[in-house]
Design a protein. Sequence first.
Length: 361
Amino acid sequence: MSAAPEPRANPRLLDQEAAERRLLEAERSGRLPHAWLIVGPRGIGKATLAFRFARHLLAGGLRDEGPGLFGDAPAEPSLALSPDHRIFHQVAAAGHPDLVTIAREADPKTGRVKRDISVDSVRKATDFLRLTSAEGGRRIVIVDSADEMNANAANALLKVLEEPPQAALLLLVSHSPGGLLPTIRSRCRQLALRPLPSGTVEGLLADFRPELDPADRHSLAVLSEGSIGRAETLAELGGLLLYRELLGYLEALPRLDVGRLHEFGERLARDSSGEAFRTVGELLERWLARLLRAGAGGELPPEVVPGEAEVIARLLQRGSLEAWLRLWEKLSRLFSRTESANLDRKQAILTAFLALQARAA
């Protein structure tokens, strides 16, 4: 098994050519914006693109190569940089003097990664931007992700966005740009990345998870909805088995095996990391979102596992789309509140399925 490389060390970016072209066109224009907000679902290559663009600029950016040896047209400009290049190695090792990354840090006392990005991390990075470039080019800061900044950190970043130092570039990665300060969004050029095609996700899973059964790779690709990051996480956490177990409960609605459900809730509650509970909550929310899209569009989604489309079609007949939407919103709040307030996970699972049972009755 070979896990996907970290974004700073990843030389591959698939099916995001349109986003790369926009960055190259902005650079070629000579008026490159000082801040970019790179948006899209988790795990589709946003941070990988940010580091790819940073490497490209730190290595000198676009060059006019002129015609080829036999008068043919020069190669199409690209952000790609060879993994053997000095700059690639420096960035991969977090050792380039003109690049700083802002991300959640580990608490020195507990060793656990903090819940958010602190104001101190942002201030250190903004002070760095005001220094002279070590290699005569740009000073670059990548924020991964901007959604994780606390309020003080966001305000500190806003100050440098309002008055950017000369030759400074900020690349902000965001999974949920609607949650950012409007003033931050307005001071960045937005660049949206698309979810990856299902075939691309399957191909990457074959590279990173060759031990997976091809049918499971296909199911994970459908379930991840275009995110290789999400597909890998689900594979790591046994997400496909959990999804099949959830579908068993959903298929039986409005009947509910309460005893079995109690056992399921207890199993999730015993997981001290909380990963299993978070995964189940995410999978259930995603399943309801698939049901809502099917109801709104009149077309059943591709099946993750056989029989799923029939379950969705049957349950759509047991309530209006508005009623299912209200239930989705209720369960989203339930799982979010349980996680943030450290409430009883087993009780949250029971509450969620009793609500589903009532909706399907």
